[in-house]
Design a binder for this molecule. Sequence first.
Ligand SMILES: Cc1cc2nc3c(=O)[nH]c(=O)nc-3n(C[C@H](O)[C@H](O)[C@H](O)COP(=O)(O)OP(=O)(O)OC[C@H]3O[C@@H](n4cnc5c(N)ncnc54)[C@H](O)[C@@H]3O)c2cc1C
Length: 351
Amino acid sequence: MRVAIVGGGLAGCALAYVLKVRGAEPVIVEAADRLASGASGNRIGLYNPRFTAELGPQGAFYSKAFFRALDVFGRLDEIDWVPCGALHLITDEKKARRFSKTCESWGWAQEDMRLVDAREASRIAGVEITHDALYLRRSGSVCPEKLCRAYADGVDVHLNVRAESLAQVKTDFGADAVVAANGLGALAFSACTDLPLRAVRGQVTLVAGGGALDGLASHLCYGGYVSRAVDGVHVVGSTFQPWLDHCDLLEEDDLDNLAKLKEAVPVLAGAEFEVIGARAAVRCTVKDHFPVIGALDAAAGYYVSAGHGSHGILSSLEGAHILAGMILGEQGDWPSALLVALSPGRFSTIC
Ligand SMILES: Cc1cc2nc3c(=O)[nH]c(=O)nc-3n(C[C@H](O)[C@H](O)[C@H](O)COP(=O)(O)OP(=O)(O)OC[C@H]3O[C@@H](n4cnc5c(N)ncnc54)[C@H](O)[C@@H]3O)c2cc1C
């Protein structure tokens, strides 16, 4: 089966990878002159589930996605996979209650997810941490840009081609099915205009390794995040600006990212950081914080994978498995509540 995928970011490339592995013939159609030119172009991205207090369909989705990612990342070369662990700092009472429920309801083995006190968190992090934390030993980071390239290895990719409509792509590429995996660009397609996708700009700050962050052994998340050094560089992220949709770099965003880091890790309060770069992009988000994955019009062969928000590394991969199953007509074992929660029809609009 030939499947045309509009968009060469994580959503499109992950789907192409899964379809290729399952013996289908994916084709990626990308408007830019390279893959991962949009939100997926960061140098370092953390793969963490979006934690829910109760497991429910959303928690089950991210939980499954996490372990699937560990399996898939182990099969790919040159994606800068650093499974160094992540500490999610418990910075307020609300988080304390939520993370404690997550630990109970998600049912992960203790060695993969556990609450640690500030002292143990400090030992794991290699810097002094003043908060208790939720610790995911096998969490870590990849290079999203390289991940896209690895997923798309061996796939037929057409760059510098802007899709005008799903019908046209289907005809032009002789496809049996077409998938809108082009983030906010999907809104230009008539089948998607009613989807409540919205832009949230974000900027990450790249900081030279060494200095006050020397010895940081795990990633730290606290609303923002700081990575362990990868090739001598830390990423500090990230801003959330629903009121902006441009990708110009803003100096105040770097200051904001570093201020949040210093607030979360007081031992860094007086530290000087050498900012060596930054990157801004626009996320495609949905109000209910869950991606939109499913059929727009199954009879016509139109599908969508968008709205991956801030957790696209995991959601794009799990979403790709679900969508590939639907397109190929395979019986998956996903609960119907999950498919409904992901479906474009959940907004009760006719897409
Ligand atoms: C600053 C920042 C930090 C982030 N950090 C993390 C992180 O640490 N961990 C994590 O999991 N997630 C993170 N995310 C989120 C993650 O990057 C996104 O969820 C993910 O990249 C979304 O992938 P996508 O393929 O849906 O969109 P995109 O990567 O934006 O891809 C869409 C593609 O479609 C193409 N396109 C659009 N319209 C058309 C058209 N008509 N025809 C052809 N092509 C078209 C675009 O050129 C683009 O390449 C971050 C995002 C940002 C902005």
